[in-house]
Each structure stands twice: as structure tokens, then as C-alpha cells.
Design a binder for this molecule. Sequence first.
Ligand SMILES: Nc1ncnc2c1ncn2[C@@H]1O[C@H](COP(=O)(O)OP(=O)(O)OP(=O)(O)O)[C@@H](O)[C@H]1O
Length: 391
Amino acid sequence: MARVVLAMSGGVDSSVAAHLLLQQGHEVIGVFMRHGEESSQQCNVPAAADSDGAANAAVATLPVLGELPQGRADHKQGCCTASDAADAKRVAAMMGIPFYSLDLQADFRRIVDYFVDDYLNGRTPNPCVKCNHWIKFGRLFDYADGVMADYVATGHYARMVNGQLHRGLDDRKDQSYALFGIRPERLPRMLLPVGDYSKPEIRDLALSLNLGVAGKKDSQEICFVTQGHHSDFVKARRPDMVGKTAGDFVDLEGNVLGQHPGYEAFTVGQRKKLGIALGTPHFVVRIEPDTCRVVLAEKEALAAPGLSAQQANWLIPHERLQQTLDQAHQSDQLRVQIRYNGSPEPASVRVDPDDSELFEVHFDHPVDAVAPGQATVVYQNNQVLGGGWIR
Ligand SMILES: Nc1ncnc2c1ncn2[C@@H]1O[C@H](COP(=O)(O)OP(=O)(O)OP(=O)(O)O)[C@@H](O)[C@H]1O
């Protein structure tokens, strides 16, 4: 019997994951990660993080709290509500598994700081992917080591196939894109039990098990922006920047089209809610934090032949990295995905021979809206080969 630490969010997916793991004969320890960062109002410059981020911290520093977060049941505490924690605890009790709540507020503040800083640098951050990397597969593995667990499991829709990360069977729910940052040596210790099912199947299972969380909604995209627009959140975090990011909308030739209240409100590829009427549909094609200009153009200008990426994390051996990528492209198996809900597109990938953390992607056909700051993930068919961050 293997010992498994399961990340339990109080949602339907990780709750059913607990059941599936028990069915497979594992000893399961449920862990709720308390992300709330209600006590911090100021924006700190994030500590320089290495690629493993928080994963390097010693497990001994993790407070293991048997108690749940305090607060009204409906009170949002950053990422997760007290009621989520209570749901997770209830499910664990129902299944007869031990349950702990970890206080990861300090780690989570780093995610928030990264999110705010990226927008202020004219980029579009992906806090969920960072959270998976730094917290879920960073701190959680430390915890698992501390309790001598063999595996770490989550309720993500992705699959482990022969120790390799693959897309989940339910393509509409697939979350493999968000998991590319896991350290390759940790892959053999990961379990993703819900990835073999579709979301409706998981809901049906939850109903048949009489889980109170069966009808719970999926988590929202940016869990800590609980109300308003993300730009309001950025301004609230960085009042010193209010007014300093306002500037001009310009066209490709630099002609002024109008004014915007702050470039942090925009993302490359955005068409809606620009706050300017130009007669024909216009899109954000570039954000220039140095001049505070937001460049708008018609759709044709969005198409990009490729991209360059940094901070790559490769899940396959480095020795045959380029060879694997080339062979996969030649056999039309290489695909690159550039946003969470995007589709993987045929492309070739060239890794910098001097620095494997840098790579270039050339799409077989131009793609729209390559947004600096977003993750870009490389697949061979359904297998995640690795990924990086769009420069
Ligand atoms: N606060 C948390 N504590 C523990 N585990 C978490 C937490 N938030 C997310 N997770 C883990 O990450 C997985 C994916 O989280 P995501 O936010 O995408 O939620 P989801 O797809 O709605 O899943 P769920 O239905 O389990 O909440 C969860 O299934 C769970 O294993």
C-alpha cells in the first residue's frame, strides 16, 4: 500500500480523487493549502526566485494546522474560502482519511506579487501555472517528503502515462498545460486520478457517492481576484503606480487613436472592453510599458509566425531534447499551446544550444495573439515535453 498526499481543495475533482485513490488501495492523507493573504495590503518586490521557487524550503518550516482557517463561512480569504476548507475536511471525514491544513500564505504572496509585477511590466501573467509550480508541486512535495509519502496527487485533468505527463482524456477540461513546470524528477511520484475521466463522469461519481460538493462550480480563473477587474486589483496593490500607467492608444504607425487609463488593463489579443470605438474591430497587438502606449490594429496584425520563450522546464532528458523535438516535428506530432484554453498548434521548436532554458517556436501556420508572460507548452501528441514563458 502506497502512502499518497492528496491536495484537497474542497472541490468536486479532488474530492472524487480521494475516492479513486482509496479504491486503488492507497493510504490517503488529505491536505488543504491555505492561501489566504488577507493580512498583506502592501506590494512587496518578490524575492528573487530560482526556478524551483518555494520548493527549496525545508518542510520543517511548514506549520501543520489541524484547525481550519477562521472566518465566516462565505468569507473569501485570497484564493480559497473558509468554506472550501470546511468542505475538504467534511469529505475527508466522510472517507475516513486524515486531513491537515497547511498555512502557505507567505508563499502565496509571492504569486500575487508576481501577478502584479507582470502586469506592470506590460505582460500577461499566469498565476495558476506559477502556483502549480511553486506551491502545489513545490511545497506539497516537501510536505509529502516530511510525512514519508510515496506520491503526491491532485484533482487536475491530466494523466500520468508510464511516468510521463499527458493531456487529460476530457479535452475540454484538460489542465496539462498548467502543469508543465513540475520538476521532471518528481513526475514518477505524481498521481492524477481524475484525468482518466470526463468532467460529467466525475460529477456523476460525486453524486453517486453522495458528496455534498457534487454540484460545486469549477474554480474561477484567477482565484484571488475575487471582485472587479484584475486592473483594480493591481492598482489596489500598487497605489504608487496609480496614474503612472495611463497613456495613449496608438496604431501601428504610432498615430494617437485615443487614451487609456492604464496599460495593466490590457492583454495582447484583447478586443473587448478596450474603451475606445474605432469603427472596425481592433485588437491589442503590443503593450509598451516604457512609453505607456497600447498599440491597436486590425486582426491581420495579430498573426505571429512564432515566439521566443524563456525559463523552460523540460520533462524529457536534455541529451536528446533537440533530437526528440525535431523527430516529433518531422512526424507531425509536435504541437505548441500558447494559452490555457487554446488548442495545440503544429510547430517546430529550436532550443538554444547554449542555454536550454531558452527556445524558439515556429508555427507551421501563423497563430493569433501571442501574449508575453503567458506559458507556452510543447506536446508530442498528448505528452507534455516541456514548456516555458513567452518573452
Ligand atoms: N487550496 C487548495 N488546497 C489543496 N489543494 C488544492 C487547492 N486548490 C487547488 N488544489 C488542488 O489543485 C487541483 C486543481 O485545482 P483547480 O483550482 O484547477 O480546481 P478545480 O479544477 O476546480 O478542482 P477541484 O474541483 O478539486 O477544486 C485540485 O483538484 C486540488 O487537487
